[in-house]
Design a protein around this ligand. Structure first.
Ligand SMILES: *Cc1c(COP(=O)(O)O)cnc(C)c1O
Length: 217
């Protein structure tokens, strides 16, 4: 697989779903990938990337941003409260807003810094104890709390359980977003992004299908 292949498959999935071309944003998930692979994708003109760790992103993206104007960087991994300010400075979007304490910290820091990344609320659609995200039953209330803090909540995000059909989770997430008046849906990875697009994904997070398998450093 490669970037052009994935872009073509996204275009086909948009078409199959009767959705406008370009309605799905491709977040190229570059976590753990060697810098040469990331650079190769930047040189092909792609600008939207995802990282799952603040520290790792801080180590490589300030330099890439200098060299490649227009980078759009998304945090797709858990955010510790004590890294909130650093994340606000580094990222254009955060997909893992999942608790009131983090919402309050983001609101305060956004006020102080005069900027806030776009936010997605992570929902634990599979209700898995080890996984981050608000429970489905608590989602409407948490969305309302975040909006009351004036946070720029754009949508919902989920990571389905590995052993279940992801479409059920994508459909549930789409339903929850719609009833909360949110248009953004961050869902779909290398193995299931076409199914996510069929169910309304606006942001797909694709790593290994673009860059190849992640090789530990
Ligand atoms: C790593 C990761 C991805 C990308 O996974 P692939 O299977 O390599 O496409 C997507 N979303 C999140 C939250 C991730 O951590």
């Amino acid at each position: 697989m490669s970037l052009p292949d994935i872009i073509a498959r996204i275009a086909q999935a948009e078409k199959d779903a009767g959705r406008p071309q370009g309605s799905v944003h491709l977040i190229a998930v570059s976590k753990v990938q060697p810098n040469e692979r990331v650079r190769a994708v930047l040189e092909q003109g792609h600008r939207c990337f995802g990282e799952n760790k603040v520290q790792e992103a801080a180590g490589k993206w300030p330099d890439f941003r200098q060299e490649f104007p227009g980078v759009d960087l998304h945090l797709i991994g858990p955010l510790q409260s004590n890294k909130t300010r650093q994340a606000v400075g580094l990222f254009d979007a955060i997909h893992t807003l999942d608790r009131p304490k983090l919402a309050t910290a983001l609101a305060r820091i956004a006020q102080e810094e005069g900027r806030c990344p776009d936010l997605f609320i992570q929902v634990n659609t599979g209700e898995e104890p080890q996984k981050a995200g608000v429970m489905p039953a608590d989602t409407d209330k948490f969305v309302a709390e975040c909006l009351a803090l004036d946070l720029p909540v754009k949508g919902l995000m989920c990571i389905p359980p590995v052993d279940e059909e992801p479409s059920l989770h994508f459909a549930l997430l789409a339903k929850m977003a719609a009833r909360n008046g949110l248009s953004g849906l961050s869902m779909g990875m290398s193995g299931d992004f076409e199914r996510a697009i069929a169910l309304g994904a606006t942001h797909v997070r694709v790593g290994s299908a673009i860059f190849g398998e992640r090789v530990p450093a």
